[in-house]
Design a protein around this ligand. Structure first.
Ligand code: ATP
Ligand code: MG
Length: 412
């Protein structure tokens, strides 16, 4: 093989692509009904946008991004959807509050494994300009209902609150006091994180670190009054929406911009890569990107990862019946084209045979193409104003008057 696709990327076609398209179609219609409008942003942005919003000391910015330089400008392939959407809201002066949906591929230079790719599709929603806790619960509920609408089940929902800069600066000292005598037991990554991005230590994949963090004081228990009140109200609304969830005090999320509510939907079938949908509130990000103080929240779902958890029959994909039209001689092409058009008007797939080939050869080709029916329209049929229809599975062949062709198709 002379060429192979780059590591961590995939070619998608056939049934798999149909499943992805069905998920996207459902997302568009589901979120439209919830007031969301779709937005598409560029595949790459100026790198500063992501560095500023995601944070310098995050996996994405430290090691996972695809960055390239042209002239003096540095660009980054889009690793996540929130920062570009907010940039677009500010730049296009989209009136607030607004609800936006994106369905776009993301790029992260990670170690490829099951459910983890370097190019992957995300469906995400952003609700900008709403600060009330009811909306934190509502976007969680919308994630759940959307997943259910495509046939997903068996996922669990975890929530937490990571407070605001006020509670965090006080809590940081409490956590540091706890960790000081234990520093030599932490992995090198966590030692760096304690200084640069301390909440992220809870995201560490090392078991020995996690054991220590089990006993550590948690941000959730150290929220300021406002954040504690907000979190309590969110949980109250989750109850009203009938959402089952667990509180995970170690849930912190990988990106810097989150405040207060964070949540993840996890699936037991996925092993290490078990998060299918994740998000939260990010009340500081609009200001960070140069706009006014604006509350905001959202989530993103990994479509490829989510599909691994879905039974093969979900989401339902409709396979159109396939026809092949075989004819002998170019003289009958005008008539066979009419048959093709009628088939397609009835929403069937129709592939034309090569009239220079023998009927035998055309039937062979029809078999290879796995069509359901082959229409044979030769000179005999033309004379009788009929066509023969062969059911490729049973081998049964019948003749239909051309005048009845449309009605016959409707009854198939
Ligand atoms: P993880 O801890 O798995 O790396 P993350 O915190 O980096 O996840 P987010 O940035 O929150 O993930 O992205 C939201 C969702 O996008 C994830 O929950 C997951 O379903 C999906 N996702 C993230 N990275 C990848 C990837 N490399 N390949 C496939 N899906 C991904
Ligand atoms: Mg990641």
């Amino acid at each position: 093989m002379l060429y192979q696709k780059p590591k961590g990327t995939r070619d998608t076609f056939g049934k798999e692509l149909k499943r992805i398209e069905a998920v996207c179609r459902t997302a568009r219609s589901f979120f439209e009904k919830n007031g969301y409008q779709e937005i598409q942003t560029p595949t790459f942005e100026y790198a500063d946008l992501f560095i500023r919003s995601i944070g310098e000391h995050t996996d994405i910015v430290e090691k996972e991004n695809y960055t390239f330089k042209i002239g003096k400008r540095v660009y980054m392939l889009r690793p996540e959807g929130t920062a570009p959407v907010l940039r677009a809201i500010i730049e296009n002066k989209i009136p607030l509050p607004c609800r936006l949906l994106y369905i776009e591929p993301m790029y992260r230079k990670e170690r490829p494994q099951k459910g983890r790719y370097r190019e992957f599709l995300q469906i995400g929603i952003e609700l900008i300009g709403e600060g009330e806790p009811m909306y934190d619960a509502e976007i969680i509920e919308q994630g759940k209902r959307f997943l259910e609408s495509i046939g997903a089940d068996g996922f669990t929902i975890e929530v937490n609150s990571i407070g605001c800069p006020n509670c965090r600066s006080l809590y940081k000292e409490t956590l540091k006091d706890f960790l000081k005598p234990r520093t030599n037991k932490l992995c090198p990554n966590c030692i760096v994180r304690v200084d640069k991005n301390f909440l992220r230590i809870f995201d560490c994949k090392e078991e020995k670190c996690q054991k220590i963090y089990d006993a550590a004081p948690k941000i959730t228990e150290n929220l300021c009054d406002n954040c504690a009140q907000h979190y309590a109200t969110v949980k109250g609304f989750l109850g009203k929406f009938g959402i089952k969830y667990t509180e995970n005090k170690k849930l912190v999320r990988g990106l810097d911009y989150y405040t207060r509510t964070v949540f993840e939907f996890k699936h037991h079938l996925l092993g290490a890569q078990n998060t299918i949908l994740a998000g939260g509130r990010y009340d500081l990000l609009m200001k960070e990107l140069g706009d006014e103080d604006t509350p905001a929240l959202g989530w993103a779902m990994g479509v490829d990862r989510m599909l691994i958890t879905l039974p093969a029959e979900h989401p339902r994909v409709t396979e159109r019946k396939k026809f092949f039209v075989a004819t002998i001689g170019e003289g009958l092409i005008t008539e066979t084209t009419k048959l093709r058009n009628i088939l397609q008007e009835n929403n069937y797939v129709c592939i034309m045979g090569n009239p220079k080939d023998s009927i035998k050869r055309q039937l062979k080709k029809a078999n290879r193409l796995h069509v359901d029916h082959t229409i044979i329209y030769g000179e005999d049929e033309a004379r009788l104003k009929m066509c023969s229809i062969k059911n490729m599975e049973s081998g049964k062949q019948e003749q239909i008057a051309l005048i009845d062709f449309s009605d016959f198709l409707k009854k198939l």
